[in-house]
Design a protein around this ligand. Structure first.
Ligand code: GLC
Length: 672
């Protein structure tokens, strides 16, 4: 994977896992960020839904994006020269803010100092800043903060904790000709000095530009701790109690910041913001023209709003101070859509539906449900399952006349008669108004999570107040005559459970189905006198998927205690095959996981249990297998192309626990 996003991606995966495994409202792994109860300070931010991220710095001169100093292994003294070439004579703060405003963006966050350490503001703490060290001698943050105030856009500043230029931080590989900075570490005894520098600059940012958001990054540098994060959080709130601070400060923060992705279920109970590039880079990269389409961007914004989050969409201005035209064009289209449909985005909350609508998304305001339709119904009938209340009025939001649409009921569903021709190809919003809060029934949830079993299992169906549950075991849609669910049911054969809520003899929800599969446990192997650890073979070469190791010649063979990456390894272009045995304590169904950057796979015996192959950043995949108590052959294949690397192998199951844990070295063996 390209950059070292490792830590953040793990964070992102942690919350994805939490969303899957924990009931809504459980906030365990987000304990450090502000929850919805604390909403007064966050009110404007949560209402805003859409903001502009700006990555601008002297990296726009070489024009290879903001990680160039690290990725191009540019020595400090060489990189510093870009400051002397930074003369953005075309910069105009009003133009930028008007672009944001016209796009429907309600706030803006600009890099005051990125990882390269160059300060894009007037600071007394270092001369390495835009006013002192460039031929331009101007302060863009001053102009932007003023323009934001003028046009009513909230202003925010990004600040990187990691600093590749700081005399207090050391590069991870300080090779003078070919340095690699990321991740930096505090030089011995210099942490205090850096924090002092940081505090001086943060105070300057607050007193000079009055940002309403402080957006931290780079907290994965070595030596930065949650305690340091908390200290800064408190320091900032003393300077400005209304300040909103993101979570990457670590240890404290007001909102989560999934990067380049939209969490499938949002982050219930917490404020969150997806930050995303408009092409593939944050800082200006002259070679990157892989712009997302306006349709994708608009639908991303809708998707995020339907999950209760904000969208911070990035632009990367050039060294002349110009936001590239393809970016402006896309923002312009977004603005046009928002002018007609903004009511369905700003100030809304997440969809009341727990499963994604097959044809679009939903957002809500008290008394109104907004349906954002991505796939317009060919027969002119929009079918909305599970809405029990009768709407008072339905209309197309962009229709200036607000012509009333006819709504009828078909079982649990409302059917809205919509025009045959789709009014807006990107997304048309159908609004339904109700007297009071509409009653919505989501399809029941059939448990447990594990749908595979050995001899028998017990299924449950979640209740909903005021309803009864009817279910079938043959895949048919339940009717009022189907069996009534009252308590957990034991099954011994594979089958599909289909369930639905009923009220007054009528189905009131959509149906949900769960298929239970019966497995046979794979026999254990006998293993006499195994040794602890796992054997591995290390290969070098360039791959785009896990290689077939059979005929490859390893560079090295050795033993590791577990499935960690060996300390001695190349930065890029290598592969590893791990071979050993795992001991499982009880006969039962186990889930195995790999998280890897790049690809990996996991075999038990000859069965491919986890396929996590391909070129990608830290990504988790899993698979299940039934195993007899005892030893089982396990093989993990892994490869690394470029950028950061990483591998984690976990499992869960009977005798292990119902949460994935790294397979401990106490159950890993090998036998030569
Ligand atoms: C990552 C990158 C950085 C970018 C940021 C935006 O942290 O290191 O370049 O500023 O993400 O989310």
């Amino acid at each position: 994977m390209k950059h070292s996003y490792l830590i953040k991606v793990i964070g992102v995966m942690a919350f994805a896992a939490v969303c899957l495994l924990q009931p809504v409202g459980v906030t365990r792994s987000f304990a450090q960020t502000t929850t919805h109860q604390d909403s007064v300070r966050m009110r404007w931010w949560a209402h805003a839904r859409f903001g502009m991220f700006i990555h601008w710095g002297i990296y726009s001169v070489p024009a290879h994006a903001e990680w160039y100093m690290n990725n191009g292994h540019v020595p400090r003294a060489v990189y510093e020269k870009y400051a002397k070439e930074f003369d953005p004579t075309k910069f105009n703060a009003d133009t930028w803010v008007k672009i944001a405003k016209n796009a429907g963006m309600k706030y803006l966050v600009i890099t005051s100092k990125h990882h390269d350490g160059f300060c894009m503001f007037n600071t007394k703490a270092t001369n390495y800043n835009v006013v002192k060290d460039t031929p331009w001698h101007k302060d863009p943050l001053k102009a932007l903060s003023a323009a934001c105030r003028k046009y009513g856009v909230h202003f925010g500043t990004y600040y990187s904790i990691m600093d590749w230029h700081s005399p207090y931080q050391g590069a991870s590989d300080p090779n003078p000709e070919h340095p690699t900075y990321n991740p930096t570490h505090f030089k011995p005894g210099k942490k205090g000095a850096y924090i002092k520098y940081m505090k001086t600059q943060l105070r300057e940012l607050i007193t000079q530009y009055h940002p309403q958001i402080m957006w931290f990054d780079g907290g994965w540098m070595e030596g930065w701790t949650p305690k340091d994060g908390k200290d800064i959080y408190n320091y900032l709130h003393k300077l400005d109690p209304s300040l909103i601070i993101n979570n990457r400060l670590t240890g404290a923060g007001d909102y989560e910041t999934p990067e380049q992705q939209i969490p499938p279920n949002g982050i219930p109970g917490h404020y969150w913001e997806t930050c995303m590039t408009i092409n593939d880079d944050w800082g200006y990269n002259a070679a990157d023209s892989n712009f997302k389409s306006s349709e994708t961007l608009i639908r991303n914004l809708i998707d995020i709003a339907s999950k209760g989050g904000n969208y911070l969409l990035n632009v990367g201005p050039t060294a002349m101070g110009v936001i590239p035209k393809p970016e402006v064009d896309r923002l312009d289209t977004m603005g046009t859509w928002l002018k007609a449909n903004g009511e369905a985005i700003y100030g809304t909350t997440a969809s009341p539906f727990t499963t994604q609508l097959p044809w679009g998304r939903c957002t809500q305001k008290p008394g109104t449900l907004f349906f954002e339709v991505f796939d317009w119904p060919k027969d002119g009938k929009l079918v909305i399952h599970g809405v029990h209340s009768k709407p008072e009025r339905a209309f197309i939001l962009s229709d200036k006349e607000r012509t009333t649409l006819k709504v009828s009921r078909r079982g649990d569903a409302l059917v809205v008669n919509v025009p045959d021709r789709e009014p807006d190809k990107i997304c048309t919003v159908v609004a339904l108004e109700f007297a009071g809060k509409p009653v919505v029934y989501n399809p029941p949830v059939v448990g447990p999570m594990m749908k595979s079993f050995l001899s028998s299992t017990v299924f449950t169906i979640s209740p909903a107040p005021g309803t009864e549950i009817r279910y079938t075991l043959d895949g048919q849609t339940p009717t009022v005559g189907s069996p009534l669910y009252s308590h957990p049911v034991t099954i011994t054969d594979p089958m599909t459970v289909t369930a639905c809520y009923f009220r007054d003899g009528q189905a009131v929800s959509g149906t949900s189905s769960a298929t239970f599969t019966k497995l046979e446990a794979k026999p254990a192997v006998s293993l006499n006198g195994p040794s602890s650890g796992v054997e591995y073979k290390y290969f070098t070469g360039e791959w785009t998927s896990v290689p077939d190791f059979t005929n490859l010649k390893p560079v090295r063979e050795s033993v590791m205690p577990d499935f960690a990456l060996p300390k001695k390894r190349a930065l890029q272009y290598y592969a590893i095959e791990y071979m050993g045995y795992v001991y499982v304590p009880v006969t039962g169904v186990y889930t195995f996981y790999t998280s890897s950057d790049d690809g990996s796979n996991l075999y038990i015996g000859n069965d491919l249990v986890v396929n996590n192959d391909g070129l990608h950043g830290m990504t988790e995949e899993h698979g299940i297998i039934a195993l007899e108590k005892g030893f089982h052959r396990i093989r993990v294949g892994y490869f690394q192309s470029q950028g950061s690397d990483g591998l984690e192998v976990k499992y869960e199951g009977p005798g292990v626990g119902n949460k994935p844990i790294p397979i401990p070295d106490t159950v890993i063996y090998f036998k030569r």
